[in-house]
Write a protein of this length. Structure first.
Length: 490
């Protein structure tokens, strides 16, 4: 970017700097917050890439703690491996820390803001692009999930690059943009199969617009390309010596919402209400209402076959984001951040709605003041909720018990936690931060004094029988704090 280009995009650069600063707030916070299960799981895999190497793991996603022989590796096969590989590169450069795990995600999120700006600029105006990208920066969903190490926060960042390349290809017919589009689809597909929603969204856009057959065929070719990339993932699973059926079984579980009916009380009506609530909270009420206005306007225009240039492209972004919510109801019902796929649509449609509503002010000095006022309204609409979200520590007990294990055992030694509840809710956190093998149970196993170096009793859930407690207290050194009692086994 030369000096002239920098001056012309000074506001965009300022927005990116603000976004980076906001996302790096609390970058060193331990992984104990909302949905940080993902953070510790993919950081564990990344740490194992650093520990064993890429070729020793065959690029498989190894989930074991501590040092293990290759024949005892456990794998996750639900997703392609590129996300933890990216995190592992950061670990190699900056060390195995929370900040190093979050940094690549933050960089992807910054690129998301940048390409939303470019898309708005290409299909409407520079001012709309700036307003849409600035809106992103103040949304609760971006400020929290924009640094969460999980596939669903970085795939949209890759997809908007592809979407921008598609727009440029349609406008300028330069093949370099088509190759960039292909590259983004492949790169995104190696992170998560949800990247293929882009191919479906662009195919939809081709159906509602008139383009030359050659252009249309090139875009429709992205669909078989997506199949090829997904097939590579299945081949990789087989090369690991695992059954590729696991990927399909996971897919079938995700698309069946009624698997959660007994546990979460799923109904279609409850699902719709919950998603609407998520949209109002995470995107704030002004953005939710603006996008709702655009959807109503868009359906009306589409029915009249008068959907304009901007509406056509942004409706394709709606298709891209809504697929996740329609196909994976069960997944979306449990995981609130699935609405992240609609972020590009939400901010661009909101921006366009504001430009329509305040059309008569667009050429007046007051218009920038209106836009600035709306940004402040968005920032403070859910400000307290955002603060609460960023401060969440729901899994702090798992972190604390892991520190006790880490400080009282050596590599190769095992610990035992006398609570199955901790296995259900804290296992991955304990495993990641202790980096030890940990077993769980509510009674002491036979020969425990030979199998384990440490026994830990959580005070908030202590189902161990009286005789076992007496045995531990009489025979082994007892230590405790406000939350736990632990015994060092000689």
């Amino acid at each position: 970017m030369n000096l002239k280009t920098l001056k012309n995009n000074l506001f965009a650069v300022a927005i990116l700097i603000i976004a980076f600063r906001l996302l790096t707030f609390g970058i060193n916070k331990p992984f104990w917050g909302h949905h940080d299960w993902n953070s510790v799981v993919y950081s564990t895999i990344a740490r194992n890439y650093v520990r064993y190497g890429y070729f020793a793991t065959k690029f498989g996603q190894v989930t074991n703690q501590d040092f293990q022989p290759k024949n005892e590796f456990g794998y996750i096969t639900h997703y392609p491996p590129l996300l933890p590989i990216i995190i592992s590169v950061s670990f190699r450069l900056f060390g195995t820390t929370e900040a190093a795990a979050r940094l690549p995600i933050i960089l992807f999120s910054i690129s998301l803001v940048f390409f939303i700006y470019l898309i708005g600029k290409e299909i409407h105006s520079k001012l709309l692009g700036l307003f849409a990208s600035a809106t992103v920066v103040f949304l609760p969903i971006f400020l929290y999930f924009g640094k969460l190490p999980v596939h669903d926060t970085i795939v949209p960042s890759v997809s908007v690059l592809g979407f921008w390349a598609y727009i440029k290809f349609i406008k300028e017919k330069k093949v370099m943009y088509y190759y960039l589009l292909i590259g983004s689809l492949i790169f995104g597909g190696l992170i998560n199969w949800s990247a293929f929603y882009l191919a479906a969204a662009l195919a939809y856009h081709q159906l509602i617009t008139k383009n030359k057959t050659k252009v249309r065929n090139r875009i429709l070719a992205l669909i078989p390309l997506s199949v090829i990339v997904f097939t590579l993932h299945l081949i990789h699973i087989r090369l690991l010596g695992l059954q590729s059926q696991s990927a399909f079984s996971n897919f079938l579980k995700r698309v069946n919402p009624y698997l959660t009916a007994d546990l979460y009380g799923f109904t279609l009506l409850k699902y719709i209400r919950q998603e609407i609530l998520y949209f109002k909270i995470y995107y704030t009420l002004p953005v939710f209402l603006g996008s709702a206005f655009f959807i109503c306007w868009g359906f009306y225009r589409l029915k009249k076959k008068k959907l304009d240039y901007f509406g056509g492209f942004v409706s394709a972004l709606f298709i891209y984001g809504i697929i996740q919510l329609l196909v994976f109801e069960q997944l979306s019902f449990i995981h609130d951040y699935m609405i992240y796929y609609l972020l590009p649509f939400m901010v661009l449609s909101f921006a366009y709605a504001i430009f329509i509503i305040f059309d008569k002010f667009k050429n007046k000095v007051i218009f920038p003041l209106i836009l600035a006022s709306l940004l402040f309204l968005i920032l403070f609409n859910q400000f307290k909720y955002t603060q609460t979200l960023l401060a969440t520590s729901v899994n702090k007990r798992g972190y604390k018990i892991a520190q006790i294990i880490k400080n009282n055992t050596l590599s190769g030694q095992k610990a035992f936690v006398t609570s199955n509840s901790y296995k259900e809710f804290q296992d991955v956190f304990i495993g990641y931060y202790s980096d030890r093998e940990v077993d769980y149970g509510e009674q002491l196993p036979g020969g425990f004094d030979k199998s384990f170096k440490l026994i830990i009793r959580p005070k908030d859930h202590d189902p161990l029988d009286i005789n076992s407690k007496k045995l531990l207290n009489d025979k082994f050194p007892r230590l405790e704090d406000d939350d736990f009692i632990w015994y060092k086994i000689n």
